[in-house]
Design a protein around this ligand. Structure first.
Ligand code: SAM
Length: 214
C-alpha cells in the first residue's frame, strides 16, 4: 500500500524529463524571438500534422511582391493559411499596406493583433473587426487537397475579398478552383523548402504578374 496518492501517479524517468525540458526550451527558442527575426520563414517550424509546407524564400518573395502590386498603395491584404507570405511581407519593412494573418496554428499568435485564429471548418467564424469585402487581395493556401477544404476556404475568401484572389494549391484542384472562385492557373510555379509529392500551382482571378517572367 502506498503512503500518498502521488505514489500511484505514473512517473517520468529522469531521461524522459530531460528530453522534455530540452523540447520545451527548443520550442521557446523558436517562438521567443523579437525584432526582425520573428518574420523569418522557418522561425516557426513546419508541423506536418497541420499540413504545413513552407514556401522557399524566392517563392515567398515573388508572392509577396505580387500581392503588394495587386493590393496597391495603402492596400489591405489577407493571408489565409499562408503564413510565409505574411512573414515575407513584414520582412520587407514597408508601411504602405495593412495585413492580417489568418491561421489555425496558434504559434503564429506571436504576430499579436495581426494574427486572427482561423479554422476552415468554420469559414465565417471571424472576429467582428474583420468586415466583409474589406481586403484588396486575399492570398490563400488551404491545408488539404480536398473539395471540402477548398469549398470551405473559398467561403472565407469570398467573404474577405473586394475582388482579387490569389490561390495556391495543388494542380489537381484546377477544376474545383475555377468552379468555386473563378480563378485561372498561372505560369509561375511555386516552390517549397522541401520537395512535395504533389504538383503545386498558383491561381488568380485578375491580370497578374505571375504569368510573366521576372
Ligand atoms: C499547405 S500549408 C500552406 C503554407 C504556405 N505554403 C506557406 O508557406 O505559407 C497550409 C496552412 O494551413 C494551416 N492549417 C492547418 N489546419 C488548418 C485549419 N483547420 N484551418 C485553417 N488553416 C489550417 C497550416 O497551419 C498551414 O499554415
Amino acid at each position: 500500500m502506498s503512503d500518498s496518492e502521488d505514489d500511484d501517479m505514473p512517473q517520468l524517468s529522469a531521461h524522459t524529463l530531460v528530453a522534455l525540458q530540452e523540447f520545451y526550451a527548443e520550442q521557446k527558442q523558436h517562438t521567443d524571438t523579437s525584432g526582425d527575426e520573428k518574420y523569418n520563414i522557418g522561425v516557426i517550424e513546419e508541423n506536418w500534422q497541420l499540413s504545413q509546407f513552407w514556401y522557399s524564400q524566392e517563392t515567398a518573395l515573388r508572392l509577396a511582391k505580387e500581392v503588394l502590386a495587386a493590393a496597391g498603395e495603402g492596400g489591405r491584404i489577407a493571408c489565409v493559411s499562408a503564413p510565409s507570405v505574411y512573414q515575407k511581407l513584414r520582412e520587407l519593412h514597408r508601411d504602405d499596406f495593412s495585413i492580417y494573418i489568418f491561421e489555425y496554428d496558434r504559434r503564429f499568435a506571436i504576430y499579436e493583433e495581426e494574427f486572427i485564429f482561423y479554422d476552415y471548418n468554420n469559414p465565417l467564424d471571424l472576429p467582428e473587426k474583420i468586415a466583409t469585402h474589406s481586403f484588396d487581395i486575399v492570398v490563400a493556401d488551404p491545408p488539404y487537397l480536398s473539395e471540402e477544404c477548398l469549398r470551405k476556404t473559398s467561403e472565407t475568401i469570398k467573404y474577405l475579398t473586394r475582388g482579387k484572389i490569389l490561390l495556391c494549391t495543388g494542380a489537381v484542384m484546377e477544376e474545383e478552383a475555377a468552379k468555386l472562385l473563378g480563378v485561372k492557373m498561372c505560369k509561375f510555379i511555386p516552390k517549397h523548402t522541401r520537395t512535395l509529392a504533389n504538383e503545386f500551382r498558383c491561381y488568380v482571378n485578375y491580370e497578374s504578374g505571375l504569368d510573366h517572367d521576372v
